[in-house]
Design a protein around this ligand. Structure first.
Ligand code: HEC
Ligand code: HEC
Length: 614
């Protein structure tokens, strides 16, 4: 891919060299006093040291796994990077020698390393263990663990170090609850307990980034705001997915408001990284789906929120002294496209897949995951300038990797409202229901995992699509409202059919636990294996297992694979079950879905343990 350069040059001679691995930058950290940036190069398993003066990677440091986040000690000597998956760890790197001096084991899928340099505590989110650890970065001791809601993926520490805000990537619970939305967990760092939590507005999903304002008053959170309760008959004006920023008032411990990053006729899909300028006056949000950076004037945005008609106190509220923020009034701003008009600039970036970013002075450094590039955004001039820099030699973007890029690319969608990844983040699920029109209207279906979709035809829970290839092409037509080039669809097929199952966090050292082993026997005796057969746990046939309801009554459903069920709650075609236990008890009253009524509570727990271990 040839990058368009406005100033400066593209560097290919220097930089990281990785053989066949793509650079796929995942995190950027600015070190102001050294005029350097550290860049976590995911697939390449390296940390690149980026010299700001010469705009190039001058040194690379090898790490043992794919680095996912970075933190630096106060003095700048020690660099901490989370890496690995089931074998998650924090590598402590001596920045003077580039050597890894300590390897601290942590949980599954560690991300969002956040250092409290004053108290010398490192916080790490273990995405697939659903918890957050506090670690002593010197001796590696675990000082405390806080269980959170679901896939903690982003964190922000208040400047006083008293609160760690943790963003949960996906909503938890069954569909049908009053609000289905991801939560922000507030951990009191003195006790390492979740002391409070903030539920984002109904439909919030795909939370990716967060940062605290330098004065500690606000925490900014990027996420998708899905309009999942209406049929997908249209796409324009944010009918399906909108793209949002929530502002949490730290003192009040609630959402001050949620603003949309979209314009009326142009979505700003897949908001990802969030960062503030040092003075807190400018906020930056990367849009991974549209390859843009939002540059937001914070005072202007806060003034607009304050002056919004929905925020004017009613006589009654004024009399009772209630704040006009929060509660029902949140919806009013969150429904307004172009709310940021006049206080936000959309800057086109140079590469594909901007996710991580860092701010140094007037410049913003945005790393682009699919092209292995950095766009340097200079906000000082009146017209913001951009410059593309290659972070090293990047293998050509082809095959499954190109498919992954396209799956995440909202420029393929009419008016850029969403990418396939808006509902299928990481090729998985958004934990919501959607009323797609392929099987009628008024019968929403829970989003399906892309894992094994190509290996287990037919597609869709009702089997209305003969195979996943068909579903991919009709997804473009009917969900993105766009035509897709056959070569692009083929690349997406290659990406999706190559997805590998992530090992279940319920396994113990890679093996079934004792409970899961007992559950395995029950899986056969209760008749589950008749339909959930073979390695993929499906016979690919359709049955009525007594779950069909409403418009779908009398329909048969395509037996789903049970692989990776641990990460795809809620369950059943309409997401009515929050847990596997509910599938097997509350929603199987007549033993039409395996024979479970004669099982004891312990046996149900064993069966559940087995299913969740797949
Ligand atoms: C608005 C949300 C949304 C978007 C955007 C979306 N999907 Fe889906 N997708 C769903 C839902 C919901 C289902 C399950 C529907 C059902 O079971 O009837 C699904 C199912 C599928 C399936 C079938 C999986 C199986 O095992 O049966 C495939 C394949 C698929 N989507 C691919 C894509 C592709 C490719 C794109 C982008 C072109 C895309 N989806 C965009 C919501 C979405
Ligand atoms: C007659 C075939 C059949 C048998 C027997 C059967 N299943 Fe299923 N299973 C299905 C079908 C069809 C669905 C989809 C139902 C729906 O979505 O409402 C399903 C759905 C599920 C789900 C939800 C999956 C998801 O992604 O939402 C779980 C969990 C499950 N089955 C576990 C079991 C267990 C455990 C047993 C044994 C007690 C069992 N099944 C027996 C056919 C069967």
């Amino acid at each position: 891919m040839i990058l368009h350069v406005l100033a400066g040059m593209i560097l290919t001679s220097a930089g990281a060299s990785t053989g066949s691995a793509s650079l796929s930058p995942q995190a950027v950290l600015a070190v102001e006093h050294r005029q350097e940036l550290y860049v976590a190069l995911g697939d390449a398993r390296q940390i690149g040291v980026y010299d700001v003066a010469s705009d190039r990677i001058v040194r690379t440091i090898k790490v043992p796994g794919e680095p996912t986040s970075l933190a630096l000690s106060g003095g700048g000597r020690w660099l901490y990077t989370t890496c690995g998956q089931v074998d998650g760890r924090v590598c402590v790197i001596d920045t003077t020698t580039g050597r890894t001096v300590r390897d601290i084991p942590v949980g599954y899928g560690p991300v969002a390393a956040t250092l409290d340099a004053r108290r010398s505590i490192l916080y790490v989110c273990n995405r697939f263990d659903n918890d957050v650890w506090a670690i002593d970065p010197i001796d590696g001791a675990c000082l405390g663990k806080a269980p959170v809601v679901r896939e903690p993926i982003a964190a922000a520490l208040t400047p006083d170090g008293n609160w760690l805000y943790v963003g949960n990537h996906l909503p938890a619970g069954a569909i049908g609850a009053a609000a289905v939305a991801c939560e922000v967990s507030m951990i009191d760092t003195a006790t390492m307990r979740v002391a409070a939590s903030v539920l984002l507005p109904n439909g919030s999903t795909g939370l990716r980034g967060m940062t605290a304002s330098p004065d500690g008053k606000y925490v900014y959170v990027s996420h998708i705001l899905a309009r999942y309760t209406v049929p997908t008959t249209q796409l324009d004006r944010g009918w399906m997915n909108t793209n949002a920023l929530s502002i949490i008032d730290v003192q009040a411990q609630k959402v001050l408001d949620t603003v949309l990053l979209d314009d009326v006729d142009r979505g700003a899909a897949n908001p990802w990284g969030v960062a503030c300028s040092n003075d807190g006056k400018t906020l930056f949000v990367t849009h991974a789906g549209t390859d843009e950076l939002s540059v937001i004037d914070v005072d202007g945005m806060l003034a607009k929120i304050k002056d919004h008609p929905s925020k004017q106190r009613t006589g009654q509220q004024a009399a009772s002294g209630n704040s006009s923020y929060g509660g029902a009034s949140v919806a009013a701003v969150a429904n307004q496209l172009s709310f940021l008009k006049g206080v936000r600039q959309r800057v086109r970036l140079e590469g594909k897949g901007p996710r991580a970013l860092a701010v140094m002075g007037a410049k913003v450094y945005v790393a682009e995951c699919f092209t292995g590039t950095m766009t340097v955004v200079d906000t000082a001039p009146k017209t913001i300038a951009t410059m593309a820099v290659a972070l090293g030699t990047q293998p050509p973007l082809k095959g499954p990797r190109r498919g992954e890029m396209l799956f995440n690319d909202a420029s393929l969608c009419f008016q850029q409202w969403q990418s396939c990844a808006s509902c299928h983040p990481d090729g998985r699920v958004d934990a919501l229901n959607w009323d797609l029109l392929n099987d009628g209207i008024g019968n929403p279906k829970n989003t399906k995992n892309m894992l094994l979709a190509h290996q287990t035809p037919p597609a869709m829970i009702t089997g209305v699509r003969p195979h996943a290839e068909y579903a991919v092409r009709s997804g473009f037509r009917h969900i993105l409202f766009a035509e897709c080039k056959e070569a692009d669809a083929v690349a997406i097929d290659a990406y999706l059919s190559g997805l590998q199952a992530a090992p279940s966090p319920h396994l113990v050292e890679g093996k079934l636990s004792a409970a899961a082993r007992r559950g395995k026997a029950l899986f056969r005796s209760a008749g589950c294996a008749a339909c959930h057969a073979g390695d993929l746990l499906t016979d690919m046939q359709k049955y009525d297992v007594g779950t069909a309801d409403g418009v779908d009554k009398g329909k048969e459903f395509d037996t789903p694979s049970l692989v990776e069920l641990w990460r795809t709650a809620p369950y059943l075609y309409d997401g009515r079950a929050a847990t596997i236990r509910e599938v097997l008890t509350r929603y199987n009253p007549n033993d039409l879905h395996g024979v479970t009524s004669d099982l004891s509570a312990d046996e149900i727990a064993d069966l559940e343990a087995y299913v969740l271990s797949q």
